[in-house]
Design a binder for this molecule. Structure first.
Ligand code: ATP
Ligand code: MG
Length: 457
C-alpha cells in the first residue's frame, strides 16, 4: 500500500521519491503562536461553565456510524456526504463494526447520557470541547477537522434552559471581548405543527418548481424544511414568500417561545426573528438560534443550537427534553483576532545561562526549586554534545527569549554557592532594576518572587 503511494511505478531502478510530509487537506496544525489563543479561550470557557454549573463530558472520537445516521438524520448534509466512515477490521467471528469519526457531539452526548443513565435523578448540564470531522470543501472558516465547544442542558423542558444557554453564550462573547454579533431566533414548533407547515410548504415549493435549484428539487419531499436554509441567492424570492412556521404554532409552542423572549429581553439580549432559520440537523424542535457575525465573510455563524426534545427517546433512551448549542472554535478565534481581548502570552520569567555542562546537576536542582515557587524558567540546552556554547551566545538567546532576567550560573558564582541574576529589561516604571544581584543557590525559594512578572497577590 505504502509502496504504491510513494514509489515511482515506472522502472524497476527508478529512485523512490519521498513526498514532502504535509498534513491532510482541511486539517490544520495549531502551532505555538496560535495555540496560546486557543488555551486562553479554553480557560475562559472552563471558568464560565463553572459559573453556570455545567460539567465537562468527554466522549470518544469514534462512534458507531448508526449513531449519527439515526441521530442527525439520513437526509442531512452531514450524513449524506460529509462523514468520515470506515469498516473496522474483522474480529474473531469475521464481523466488523462500521465506525465514523464524530461530525458533531450532540448525538454522542445523548448516547453517553443514555448509556450511563445520567438523568436518573434529574437534569444534567454538560459541556464539551474537541475536534469534529466533516468532509467539506475546505475554505476560510470551514475545515475537515474543526473544533467545537458545546453546552447541553438535558432533562429540562422549560424556556429557562434555552434562555440560560443563550445567556451563557452571550456572557462568553463578553469575556472574550466580542461585541460584533447578533442573535437570530426561530421556533420550529412541535412535530405535529411542523407536519401541517410541511404540507403547505411543499405545495408552495411545487408551485415554484421551475425556480428551485437541483438540491431543492431533491429535498422537496424528503426534507423540504432544509430548503429554507439555502445559501443560493437565486432561491431567495421563493423561500421569502414561503409559509412561515411561526404561523402554524399552537398556544403551548408560542408560550414557550414567549417565555424565552421575555427572559432575553429582561437581560438586555437583543435578538431578531429569522423565519428561515431551521438548522441543518433533523433533531430540533421549538427553539432554534444562531449567533452570527458579519466580520467573517460567508462563514458567519459562530454558534448554533436549539431544542431537541425527541432525540433522547429516538435514540432509545427514556424520553427527556433537552437543549444545547455548539460554537465553532476556529471561527470564534478568527473573530477574536479581529476584535477580541486576547493579550499575547507571557514570556518566561527567567532564562538560565549555564556555561559548563558539568554544573548541570546542581543548576537543575536550583531551577526545580524556582519552578516549584512559581517561576517560569527557560533553561539553556545545547544542540550538540560538544558543550553548552559560549556565555556570549547564551546571553544573546536569553535576550531574544523575551525573559525578564538571566540567571547566570558562571564558575565564579557557583564556587561561592551563588547565581547571578541579571535584569534584561527595564521594569514597568521605566527605571532599570539593579544590573546584577547575587543570590544563594540553597535558598532559591526565598528570592524566587523577585523574578515573577506577575507575583501572586
Ligand atoms: P454551516 O451552515 O456553516 O455548514 P452547520 O449548520 O453545518 O454550519 P453546526 O453543525 O450547527 O454547523 O455546527 C455548529 C458550529 O460549528 C457552526 O455554527 C460553525 O461555527 C462550526 N462549524 C460547522 N462546520 C464547520 C467546519 N466544517 N469548519 C469549521 N467550523 C464549522
Ligand atoms: Mg455544514
Amino acid at each position: 500500500m505504502l509502496d504504491k503511494m510513494t514509489a515511482a511505478p515506472a522502472e524497476k531502478s527508478a529512485p523512490v521519491r519521498i513526498e514532502k510530509l504535509s498534513a491532510v487537506k482541511g486539517m490544520n496544525d495549531i502551532l505555538p503562536v496560535d495555540s496560546a489563543r486557543w488555551e486562553w479561550l479554553e480557560d475562559k470557557v472552563r471558568v464560565l461553565m463553572g459559573r453556570y454549573a455545567y460539567q465537562n463530558i468527554r466522549t470518544p472520537i469514534l462512534e458507531h456510524t448508526q449513531l449519527f445516521v439515526r441521530g442527525i438524520g439520513e437526509v442531512t448534509d452531514i450524513v449524506e456526504k460529509e462523514m468520515y466512515s470506515f469498516e473496522d477490521r474483522s474480529d474473531k467471528n469475521g464481523e466488523h463494526d462500521h465506525l465514523t469519526m464524530r461530525p458533531e457531539n450532540t448525538a454522542s452526548v445523548v448516547r453517553a447520557v443514555t448509556e450511563h443513565n445520567l438523568l436518573y435523578n434529574g437534569g444534567k448540564r454538560l459541556y464539551y470541547m474537541g475536534p469534529m470531522f466533516r468532509r467539506e470543501r475546505p475554505q476560510r472558516g470551514r475545515y475537515r477537522q474543526f473544533h467545537q465547544i458545546g453546552a447541553e442542558a438535558l432533562g429540562f423542558a422549560g424556556p429557562e434552559a434555552d434562555a440560560e444557554l443563550i445567556l451563557l453564550a452571550a456572557a462568553l462573547w463578553k469575556e472574550l471581548g466580542l461585541s460584533d454579533w447578533r442573535l437570530e431566533l426561530n421556533s420550529l414548533g412541535q412535530p405535529e405543527e411542523r407536519a401541517q407547515h410541511r404540507a403547505q410548504l411543499i405545495l408552495h415549493l411545487e408551485k415554484h418548481y421551475e425556480l428551485l435549484d437541483e438540491e431543492a428539487r431533491r429535498r422537496l419531499h424528503s426534507n423540504p424544511l432544509r430548503i429554507l436554509d439555502t445559501k443560493n441567492p437565486a432561491m431567495k424570492p421563493v423561500v421569502d414568500s414561503a409559509p412561515r412556521l411561526i404561523d402554524f404554532l399552537g398556544p403551548r409552542s408560542l408560550a414557550h417561545f414567549e417565555g424565552l423572549k421575555a427572559i432575553l429581553n429582561a437581560n438586555g439580549i437583543a435578538w431578531t426573528l429569522n423565519h428561515r432559520l431551521v438548522r441543518g440537523l433533523d433533531y430540533y424542535n421549538l427553539t432554534v438560534f444562531e449567533f452570527v457575525t458579519d466580520r467573517l465573510g460567508a462563514q458567519g455563524t459562530i454558534c448554533a443550537g436549539g431544542r431537541y426534545d425527541d432525540l433522547i427517546a429516538q435514540m432509545g433512551g427514556k424520553p427527556a427534553p433537552a437543549v444545547g448549542w455548539a460554537l465553532g472554535v476556529e471561527r470564534v478565534l478568527e473573530l477574536i483576532k479581529e476584535e477580541g481581548a486576547f493579550q499575547a502570552s507571557p514570556v518566561p520569567d527567567a532564562y538560565a545561562v549555564i556555561p559548563d555542562a558539568s554544573d548541570l546537576p546542581l543548576v537543575m536542582k536550583t531551577l526545580q526549586a524556582l519552578r516549584g515557587a512559581g517561576v517560569s524558567v527557560l533553561m539553556h540546552a545545547s544542540a550538540s554534545l560538544d558543550g553548552m556554547g559560549s556565555m556570549k551566545s547564551q546571553l544573546k538567546r536569553a535576550d531574544s527569549s523575551g525573559a525578564r532576567f538571566a540567571l547566570i550560573f558562571g564558575a565564579t558564582e557557583l564556587s561561592e554557592g551563588k547565581v547571578a541574576v541579571k535584569s534584561l529589561r527595564c521594569d514597568k516604571t521605566g527605571s532599570a532594576s539593579p544590573e546584577q544581584q547575587l543570590h544563594r543557590l540553597d535558598d532559591a525559594v526565598a528570592w524566587a518572587s523577585l523574578l515573577l512578572i506577575n507575583p501572586p497577590a
